[in-house]
Ligand binder design. Structure first.
Ligand SMILES: *Cc1c(COP(=O)(O)O)cnc(C)c1O
Length: 396
């Protein structure tokens, strides 16, 4: 079976992906099943997408209903579902207006265009964007231009000009690189791909002050940390500030592709018609999924996420105590979990071994095992994960 997949993959697909040798065919909440009907506990949520579980019945029902009615008509006509999604986002965040697209990279592209336009319309030359070392914002040319990791950028030059990268551990550096020419700063509340690092509270506070002082936009990339992932509706809500914009995608449609740029009211109001567009953006099917997602995302669910997070904390403490020779640090923010291994441990091997035990996990940063479990899990699944990881580490 494995050989056959390998051959078909090589014959038909551009070889961009280094895949694990399983093919998933169906899923239910936090479990998925492969072609041989082997069951896996999914601690990836399809990389932070299926937060409400695979084939979530409430979301599936809405999407099926909408598919039978109409799926797409273009953005040439009014679409009441878009108003509905936008108002639900606004209720849970800040007074805003929304533009819909289809992915995380696209939502950041829209934000980059807004940032440049905003700066240029204040003064010629106000077009510098600040981003963070170790950040990740997607794979399009604009998005890699503001991504602070060499490996995503190298070979694609020339990229967008006038981007500065700052170390989030260093608010002094931020202050020294900030001036009148800055039009925006991009931040992730918790850097996901970068290795599960939460931004220091003081750094975010300082960034807000500097944005106010120099009239620059504070843009939070909430593609991974948003939609409940950190135990708040949006990641920025961990910092007692209000950003000027957030970008969303991943979990917004629980697997139906949809992205969004959410922009402060007064900035949005000044943007001209024809500024930006997307053919698929916010189509009926995508919006029907997002409406259900945003209705399921309530205070009660956030409480459950924070309770699950506490369980991860206590199991992790025990794990770290037992394997302090192999584990450097464990970082837990809501249901974004990074188990940072010492250099001599190969995380890929750990992931392979967990797959054999029927658990799907992710890697991130340098040597981090990253977990993004669906919100549907319970203590039983957490316990099973830690038992399996302990066994793997014992035999490593
Ligand atoms: C995944 C991710 C993106 C890119 O999203 P795509 O839908 O793959 O384009 C952007 N920003 C962050 C923080 C992400 O985690």
């Amino acid at each position: 079976m494995e050989e056959e997949f390998f051959e078909l993959e090589r014959k038909w697909l551009i070889p961009f992906y280094d895949r694990f040798p399983i093919a998933i065919t169906k899923g239910k909440y936090h479990y998925v099943f492969d072609t041989e009907n082997k069951k896996y506990l999914d601690f990836t949520s399809g990389i932070g997408v299926v937060n409400f579980g695979h084939s979530n019945p409430a979301i599936t029902k809405e999407v099926c209903r909408q598919l039978k009615r109409i799926s797409h008509i273009s953005n040439l006509y009014y679409n009441p579902l878009q108003w509905n999604v936008a108002s639900l986002i606004s209720q849970k965040s800040f007074k805003s207006k929304v533009f819909f697209c289809n992915s995380g990279a696209e939502s950041n592209e829209a934000a980059i265009k807004v940032a440049r336009w905003y700066g240029n319309s204040i003064r010629k030359g106000k077009n510098r964007i600040i981003s963070l070392i170790n950040s990740f914002h997607g794979r399009t040319m604009g998005a890699i231009s503001i991504t602070g990791q060499e490996k995503y950028r190298i070979g694609f030059e020339p990229l967008l000009e006038n981007i500065s990268f700052v170390n989030p551990q260093n608010p002094e550096e931020l202050e020294s690189k900030f001036d009148e020419d800055v039009c925006a700063i991009f931040l992730e509340a918790v850097q996901g791909e970068g290795g599960v690092y939460k931004l220091p509270y003081e750094f975010v506070k300082r960034a807000r002050e500097l944005c106010d002082r120099y009239n620059a936009l504070m843009i939070f990339d909430e593609v991974q940390a948003g939609i409940g992932r950190t135990g708040k509706y949006f990641g920025y809500q961990n910092f007692d500030i209000i950003p000027d914009a957030i970008t969303l995608a991943k979990a917004l449609g629980n697997g139906i592709p949809i992205g969004a740029l959410v922009l402060r009211n007064d900035v949005a109001e000044n943007l001209p018609k024809g500024f930006h567009a997307s053919t698929f953006g916010g189509n009926f099917v995508a919006c029907s999924a997002a409406i259900k997602v945003l209705k399921l995302l309530d205070e009660k669910l956030l409480e459950k996420i924070r309770w699950l997070s506490k369980l991860f904390e206590s199991y992790s403490k025990d794990l770290k105590d037992s394997f302090s020779d192999k584990i450097e640090e464990i970082r837990i923010y809501g249901l974004m979990i990074g188990i940072d291994f010492k250099e001599e441990i190969n995380v890929r091997k750990i992931i392979d071994s967990l797959i054999l035990k029927g658990i799907l996990t992710l890697r991130a940063g340098k040597n981090v095992l990253r977990l993004l479990p669906p919100f549907t899990i319970g203590e039983k699944e957490i316990q099973y994960f830690y038992d399996s990881l302990k066994e793997t580490l014992k035999n490593y």
